[in-house]
Design a protein around this ligand. Structure first.
Ligand SMILES: Cc1cc2nc3c(=O)[nH]c(=O)nc-3n(C[C@H](O)[C@H](O)[C@H](O)COP(=O)(O)OP(=O)(O)OC[C@H]3O[C@@H](n4cnc5c(N)ncnc54)[C@H](O)[C@@H]3O)c2cc1C
Ligand SMILES: *[C@@H]1O[C@H](CO)[C@@H](O)[C@H](O)[C@H]1NC(C)=O
Ligand SMILES: *[C@@H]1O[C@H](CO)[C@@H](O)[C@H](O)[C@H]1NC(C)=O
Ligand SMILES: *[C@@H]1O[C@H](CO)[C@@H](O)[C@H](O)[C@H]1NC(C)=O
Ligand SMILES: *[C@@H]1O[C@H](CO)[C@@H](O)[C@H](O)[C@H]1NC(C)=O
Ligand SMILES: *[C@@H]1O[C@H](CO)[C@@H](O)[C@H](O)[C@H]1NC(C)=O
Length: 477
């Protein structure tokens, strides 16, 4: 039998009181939410755990929320219970799933509550593998593994450690984008807890306005507990792609960037490129056989990589190249710009800025520039009327990730991130600077993040969250 205490008053709680661990009685200096939870042990499901005090273990420690309590929920019902309790106590709260969100918009202070949903991991495919129901704690690696086992494919983001819904409620860019559209385009039904702590279900048929808003601005409208999502039946033997890293000498940057700028990405194609550890790497992806993949990416291959590590790869290993970026901890105040065009001169300036930062600050040696480019035809065919996601025509998303440990470097890192972003945005080929909500820093205007969807979203926010309880992530009110 599993032995698990309902409440584990973990060390963080008592450290803040200057005592050892082990007690179960909160004291007056604890947050109101901790005190309330400890005085009523029947409130939450048996599997829930409570930790008083702050937390670590997020992807970036920079601007990370510092809550008064973290409850790891044991069941979807716990989320509704906790929202009602937090509202009664007038305490701010934040749902946390993969803990990767890096934006500096979190406003939880030590009164606040984090609802950690990472234990909610149920995944169930239907018989035809055309649909999959899953819970909020399911990470991309979990869903990909389950899909692979079930001879299916799903459209998720590209990094294993990210929660499917954390990515998907704001967009969800990944290898399936060319064939299937964004993560949020896969949603068929959403079960959520509203700002008042009521459990609801929304579909396109039930409430078209809210359905539209949740797909692009989800965290502003509800705490999504589980969803039904589209899935595509693909036998394991057919579920392979040609992909892998190509390493280049940095003298090739202008050629690489020019080739990517001219490359028409077909639905089966996707491409990332990185500046990392002083190197230039390109990651082509082709959903098909190697010979065709090489032909489709010939303009990049012809530049002459110094190392070609591409191979035919099975679906359950497609995301492996991103695992290095998943490493948790450290400070990573990241910035992004949406790009329609890639300008070789600008990218030389970006390389120079990257090299200078990387070489000047030894501890920032994991600093990375990550650019992801997509085929946009399917996303555009689905169209903006179906969701609040505003950037369906954007080809490339370029993220600068300063990565270091000491707070003393914050100012230099932010200056570097802003400098790179401004070089990129000045040459982006878009009408105005814009950023994808899940990659944005938090210093953008709301229009730069929500685009043409902003005013409709703000109107809907007044209806669905009139008291601004769901205001931690690029708040709309
Ligand atoms: C290493 C790395 C790789 C990435 N790769 C991709 C990628 O390939 N494609 C892509 O599109 N994005 C990608 N992203 C960006 C990613 O989409 C965002 O960081 C996303 O916000 C992370 O969600 P999370 O649940 O993992 O993190 P969290 O920090 O737990 O959540 C981020 C925000 O989303 C909210 N949220 C999460 N789940 C829910 C829910 N169920 N209901 C309501 N609100 C919710 C949280 O409250 C929080 O405000 C990547 C990020 C990192 C760090
Ligand atoms: C504890 O919570 C339960 C369920 O919400 C409620 O019925 C009960 O009255 C609460 N008890 C106390 C002491 O607050
Ligand atoms: C509690 O968690 C265990 C292990 O994760 C699981 O087997 C069990 O079903 C859970 N109980 C409830 C009531 O959810
Ligand atoms: C959603 O509903 C609207 C009508 O409210 C309809 O025009 C649209 O086609 C529906 N979308 C889907 C994907 O069914
Ligand atoms: C890159 O190419 C330049 C010019 O061709 C050469 O001088 C340099 O040594 C090369 N760098 C590496 C790391 O191979
Ligand atoms: C990066 O810097 C850290 C901390 O200074 C150091 O421990 C590590 O070895 C360095 N890694 C590389 C690849 O240089």
């Amino acid at each position: 039998m599993r032995q698990r205490r309902r409440f584990s008053w973990a060390c963080a709680c008592l450290l803040s009181l200057g005592q050892g661990c082990g007690g179960t009685q909160p004291t007056a200096s604890q947050s109101a939410i901790c005190a309330a939870l400890s005085s009523n042990q029947t409130l939450l499901s048996a599997n829930a755990t409570v930790q008083c005090g702050g937390q670590d273990g997020r992807w970036s420690d920079y601007a990370a929320p510092q809550p008064g309590a973290v409850v790891t929920v044991g069941a979807e019902d716990d989320i509704a219970t906790l929202v009602r309790l937090a509202n009664a106590l007038e305490v701010p709260f934040l749902l946390q799933s993969g803990a990767n969100g890096w934006a500096d918009t979190f406003a939880l202070d030590t009164r606040g509550l984090v609802l950690d949903v990472s234990q909610l991991k149920d995944v169930a495919f239907n018989e035809a593998r055309s649909q999959v129901a899953f819970q909020a704690g399911v990470l991309i690696e979990d869903l990909v593994a389950a899909a692979w086992q079930n001879n299916a494919r799903v459209a998720t983001g590209t990094c294993n450690c990210v929660s499917v819904l954390g990515a998907g409620l704001g967009g969800g860019l990944g290898r399936g984008a060319g064939l299937y559209g964004l993560g949020l385009d896969q949603l068929l039904a959403v079960h959520y807890v509203d700002a008042e702590g009521r459990q609801r279900t929304v579909t396109n048929a039930s409430d078209a306005d809210l359905w539209w808003a949740i797909k692009g601005a989800g965290p502003n409208f509800g705490l999504v507990t589980s969803v039904v999502y589209q899935s595509y039946a693909v036998a394991q033997a057919d579920n392979t792609a040609w992909t892998g890293l190509l390493y280049f000498n940095d003298s090739a940057i202008e050629d690489i960037v020019g080739a990517i700028d001219r490359l028409a990405l077909e639905p089966e194609m996707q491409l990332d490129f990185y500046f990392t550890q002083g190197l230039v790497a390109v990651l082509p992806f082709y959903l098909g056989d190697e010979a065709t993949g090489r032909a489709k990416f010939a303009s990049v291959l012809d530049i002459g990589p110094e190392l070609d590590a591409t191979a035919v790869t099975s679906y359950d290993a497609w995301n492996a190249a991103g695992d290095a970026f998943c490493a948790k901890g450290g400070r990573k105040p990241s910035y992004e710009a949406n790009l329609q065009t890639l300008d070789p001169t600008a990218w030389r300036q970006v390389w120079d800025a990257y090299s200078l930062f990387y070489e000047t600050y030894a501890e920032a040696n994991l600093t990375t520039l990550l650019t992801e480019c997509y085929s946009t035809a399917k996303m555009q065919e689905i169209g903006s009327a179906e969701s609040a996601y505003p950037w369906r025509d954007i080809k490339c998303y370029s993220i600068v990730i300063p990565w270091y440990t000491s707070e003393a470097l914050d100012a230099a890192a932010n200056a570097f991130g802003q400098e790179v972003r401004s070089i990129l945005s000045a040459s982006s080929g878009t009408d105005a600077f814009s950023a994808y909500i899940n990659f944005a820093h938090g210093d953008e205007t709301l229009a730069e993040v929500y685009g043409d969807s902003l005013s409709r979203l703000q109107t809907l926010k007044k209806t669905y969250d009139p008291n601004g309880r769901l205001n931690q992530w690029f708040p709309l009110s």
